[in-house]
Design a protein around this ligand. Structure first.
Ligand code: CTP
Ligand code: CA
Length: 222
């Protein structure tokens, strides 16, 4: 009975997230993307909303439905994701960058569908680096509490700690890429200024609820 009168963990707070992959076009019918399913970001958006927050989810292309009560902004490319984040960041209390943003986009995008060459020569793609959305938000003069995600393939302990410092963010959530992409469960390692701790393997919605508690606690101390 008492619990019913307790405010929720994120009551009155505003949370902005990115989730899913980005899609970087090559020509009008082709593009480059990655194996992110969006499941972890969507689970986190749902958990934040359950915890009482007003939630905006900037999402790359996924097969998932927007969680109940969450405002979803659909984008394709990293540049569109950046623009949507910057357009929505004012007044946010928390920014969680879960998206697997393409590090590079194709510089020489063709306006027409590329056709096969008579002599079997393959097209040459050139790349340029995409903006780092998380780093840009973390560098704003008035910024939300910023949380990053990192999918590594090895040396998670070492890379995670270094990435948190490099990105200048208070909390980074690490996982092993090939042990999470597309799956319903995951195992997480949390890196903050104090060191690191584990959230053992569980389904993504359970982990998302635990993560909301970890974020809320740190954000209030911040
Ligand atoms: N991120 C972002 N914009 C980018 C790249 C990454 O917002 N252009 C965010 C991701 O959403 C994630 C965090 O930054 O929260 C870390 O992404 P990651 O790819 O692990 O880091 P990078 O700095 O791109 O380093 P790496 O060379 O290891 O890919
Ligand atoms: Ca990257």
């Amino acid at each position: 009975i008492i619990a019913a009168f307790q405010p929720k963990l994120l009551s009155g707070k505003r949370v902005l997230l990115t989730a899913g992959p980005t899609f970087e076009p090559i020509d009008p019918v082709r593009g480059i993307t990655n194996l992110s399913s969006g499941k972890m970001g969507y689970a986190l958006a749902r958990a934040a909303r359950e915890a009482g927050a007003a939630v905006v989810l900037v999402s790359g292309p996924t097969a998932l439905a927007a969680p109940y009560g969450v405002r979803r902004v659909d984008v394709q490319t990293a540049q569109q994701m950046r623009d949507a984040v910057l357009a929505n960041v004012a007044g946010q209390d928390v920014f969680v960058a879960v998206a697997a943003v393409a590090d590079w986009r194709v510089a020489n995008v063709s306006t027409q569908k590329l056709k096969k060459d008579e002599d079997g020569k393959a097209p040459l793609l050139e790349f340029e680096q995409n903006p780092d959305i998380l780093a840009e938000v973390a560098a704003l003069p008035v910024r939300p509490y910023c949380v990053g995600f990192a999918a590594e393939s090895e040396n998670l302990e070492q890379y995670g700690a270094a990435k948190r410092v490099r990105k200048n963010i208070p909390l980074l959530v690490g996982n092993i890429g090939h042990q999470t992409f597309g799956r319903d469960d995951n195992a997480l390692m949390l890196f903050d200024a104090q060191g690191h701790s584990d959230l053992p393997r569980a389904d993504k919605q359970t982990l998302a609820r635990q993560l909301v508690r970890e974020i809320a606690r740190r954000m209030l101390q911040h």
